[in-house]
Write a protein that binds this ligand. Structure first.
Ligand code: HEM
Length: 179
């Protein structure tokens, strides 16, 4: 994972639980807590930090990862506005995540650890995103979807019946957009 993700986790923890919480988490992992934005750090370190946050706060890991995704969305919108501008709809934006956004991210950072999304687009007011990643960060995807939906002022219902955490080879994120 990129240093950027760790720095956002740092910001989120300090904002919600205070500076000492972050300091405490760092004592539980092998890191000095200094991350440079574009450098890649082991995925395990992110999982260890989230695990430490869970021990400290008792908040389920899934919810912490979801919050991180939600927190990342406005930062992406600020730092990469081009991906958010001129989108006819939130659904159109989501269709660009795998086909444009992550393609561009990979050009910038060839070693980035990105997920794969396939889409089933059969109804105007629905979209199914099929998520595959060895990191199984579907909660991050759900959080990013929620954070980005706020930016597009789009409400929706999400169902996530098929999940990699329950033995499936992919997650199925079914979105139904409110009109
Ligand atoms: C402008 C918007 C976006 C940008 C710039 C962006 C960029 C990135 C970057 C830089 C990473 C980390 C790569 C690494 O650390 O090696 C990442 C990971 C990820 N992104 Fe995006 N992303 C965006 C939108 C989204 C959205 C809307 C979703 C969900 C639908 C999404 C799903 C994910 C997931 C789940 C990961 C974690 C890696 C994994 O699951 O394997 N991204 N993205």
């Amino acid at each position: 994972m990129k240093g950027m993700v760790f720095n956002l986790l740092n910001e989120l923890v300090e904002e919600q639980f205070g500076f000492s919480a972050w300091e405490n988490m760092l004592t539980k992992v092998e890191s000095d807590g200094v991350f440079s934005m574009a450098q890649t750090y082991p995925d395990e370190l992110l999982f260890d930090l989230v695990g430490a946050a869970h021990e400290l706060t008792d908040i389920p890991v899934k919810d912490l990862v979801h919050s991180l995704g939600e927190f990342m969305a406005p930062v992406f919108a600020r730092d990469y506005p081009v991906f958010f501008e001129n989108q006819p709809s939130f659904k159109a934006f989501l269709l660009t995540v795998d086909r444009v956004i992550h393609v561009e991210v990979r050009k910038l950072y060839p070693e980035a650890h990105l997920p794969e999304f396939d889409y089933a687009d059969e109804q105007d007011d629905e979209l199914v995103m099929l998520y595959r990643s060895p990191r199984q960060l579907c909660a991050l995807a759900e959080g990013l979807i929620m954070g980005c939906a706020k930016i597009f002022e789009q409400t929706y219902e999400l169902t996530h019946d098929r999940c990699m955490h329950s033995g499936s080879d992919h997650c199925e994120l079914k979105l139904k957009f409110d009109s």
